[in-house]
Design a protein around this ligand. Structure first.
Ligand code: ME8
Length: 525
């Protein structure tokens, strides 16, 4: 089966913590891109999930004296609950303790081992007992020492398995050079090029001895070791997409067809995990497994949310933001709108409650909610809610409304092609502003008083209501429920399978009866 599906994935979240606003933003951005692609008539597969293995999970579980699986499951449930709260719609769930994923990771390890891509070697180096990791010169402070944060540091010798990353660095350099769109945005692609120029040709240690880490996928050719968590986690993008479904059929229920999905159109990740994990290890792993250059995925790298003072969000600073508290105050769609409108994809932004409040009351309650209300109330007052479609009246104001809304799909598409949801929202909101000005300029309340203006009034009321139908279509990826409520109030529902190609001016038929208006975004108390 040829690739016919838009395949979007996100990073999988570490289950050593509860979901925070950064996780929520990334999963939501993918949800919005997925919904947008669907609204364009594309088949879409959205995969997200959780990264359940690794040292941090093992340590947290030990602290609580519970099994690592229990700890991972408990936090996994928190992520699932949060994604429900935010109204995310994903098609696949990647939890890395899933037996099929484990089996695929092991099959890949065996294949690479058989191909001579993995070898065993002894490493002698400085080891932080507290952090349970080997240290490199990068961890030394300005005085050239390992600071107190590392606790006791001792020299240790350890045998491990290494993946021959160095064999493929030249291939990666050539690939990145020949594929400037491998990473979006361009400034991040440049960062990758710079990093590759400086890269040492070293191999990647892909195991941990069970004596210091048990919570991982056992390697198939030596039961004393588990797989390094990144090697395991990256494979989720293919194992949960149906890769090796027939060869390694442990538990394939619900898995899609790999050929229909791969290569991924978007791997959505944060800036901290681009180099080396996603832009160096991952393409090299795929290349070593035998994926050709045309089958490399595309990385879309987003920025970070900081606190309102621009400080990094961190548990120890106590400034981590819990999305649930904001959903409680601003509603699910209030938060969705803010998270999508207040950050430029690729850049960082400061999370600011005053600005959510502004966005809620200005953009949502006033520019959208109040506009819809006017568009419904005036026909109610003057026409018993019934619209006349082809009123024998036209002027420049009407033409401007039609022109604005009929060109909206392509103007939104231009922004969405670069995942710039904030700019797409700006384009949509400028159309709403135009509608508000249209009401002020045409002053339907004045037209209603003059019998000679009856036909013009019909045309104004139709233009407004029709514009609201179009607005309901365009806001749907970011605010699906608000779109639904607008359709309910307008008493017009997009039929099943309706796509942007069907979005023509004049959807509301002559004699259409509008519904009852209720505030979309009630005043905050
Ligand atoms: O990195 N703002 O997991 P993670 C925006 N398990 N995005 C943020 C953020 C913030 N303040 N903080 C984190 C991992 N993120 C690995 C990924 S993928 C095979 C394995 C983003 O829970 C971060 O950049 O630390 C990453 O993309 C995602 O949240 C999960 O981070």
């Amino acid at each position: 089966m040829p690739k016919d599906t838009f395949y979007i994935t996100t990073a999988i979240d570490y289950t050593n913590s509860a979901p925070h606003i950064g996780h929520a933003y990334e999963k939501l951005l993918a949800d919005v891109i997925a919904r947008y692609q669907r609204s364009c008539g594309k088949e879409v597969y959205y995969l997200t999930g959780v990264d359940q293995h690794g040292q941090k999970v093992q340590q947290s579980a030990e602290r609580e004296q519970i099994p690592a699986q229990e700890f991972a499951d408990r936090n996994t449930a928190k992520f699932i609950e949060m994604w429900q709260l935010l109204g995310l719609q994903y098609d696949g769930w990647a939890a890395t303790t899933h037996p099929q994923h484990k089996a695929v990771v092991q099959a890949i390890l065996q294949k690479l081992y058989d191909a001579g891509q993995i070898y065993k070697a002894t490493h002698t180096g400085y080891y932080s007992v507290r952090q349970e990791q080997f240290l490199t010169d990068k961890e030394r402070n300005e005085e050239g020492e390992f600071g107190p944060e590392w606790g006791e540091v001792e020299e240790r010798e350890e045998e491990n398995y290494y993946f021959k990353l160095s064999d493929h660095i030249e291939w990666l350099k050539a690939f990145v050079h020949a594929h400037p769109h491998f990473v979006y945005p361009a400034f991040r692609a440049k960062e990758l090029v710079n990093a590759l120029e400086r890269a040492d040709a070293i191999d990647l240690c892909i195991t941990r001895p069970k004596s210091r880490l048990e919570w991982g996928i056992e390697i198939p050719f030596d039961t004393d070791y588990v797989t390094f968590v990144w090697f395991d986690a990256l494979i989720n993008y293919i194992s949960f997409a149906g890769y090796l479904k027939d060869e390694v059929a442990v538990d394939t229920a619900g898995l899609p067809d790999f050929e229909a999905l791969w290569p991924a159109d978007v791997h959505l990740i944060g800036k901290d995990i681009m180099v080396p994990a996603h832009a160096v290890y991952w393409p090299i792993m795929l290349h070593a497994i035998g994926f050709p250059d045309e089958a490399m995925p595309k990385l879309v790298v987003h920025g970070f949310w900081n606190d309102k003072r621009g400080e990094k969000l961190s548990k120890s600073e106590g400034n981590v933001i819990d999305p649930a508290t904001r959903v409680e105050r601003f509603g699910r769609e209030g938060l969705r709108y803010y998270l999508m409108s207040a950050i430029a994809t690729g850049r960082d932004a400061d999370f600011n409650d005053e600005r959510i409040e502004d966005a809620y009351s200005q953009d949502l309650a006033k520019n959208l909610g109040n506009l819809l209300n006017r568009s419904l109330n005036m026909p109610k007052r003057y026409r018993e809610r019934v619209l006349t479609k082809d009123a024998d009246y036209d002027d420049d104001l009407n033409r401007e409304i039609r022109e604005t809304f009929t060109t909206l799909p392509e103007r939104v598409a231009e922004k969405m092609a670069n995942y710039q949801v904030n700019l797409a929202l700006e384009v949509i909101w400028s159309a709403l502003t135009l509608c508000n000005q249209y009401v002020d300029k045409t002053a339907p309340w004045a037209l209603a008083k003059d019998e000679n203006e009856a036909v013009r009034l019909d045309s104004v009321l139709y233009h407004l209501a029709e514009a609201m139908v179009h607005a309901a279509f365009h806001i749907a990826p970011v605010m699906p429920e608000t779109s639904q409520r607008m359709q309910d109030q307008l008493n017009y529902h997009f039929p099943e399978g309706f796509t942007v190609a069907d979005l023509k001016w004049g959807l509301l038929p002559d004699g259409h009866q509008l519904g009852e208006g209720t505030p979309l975004f009630p005043r905050l108390t």
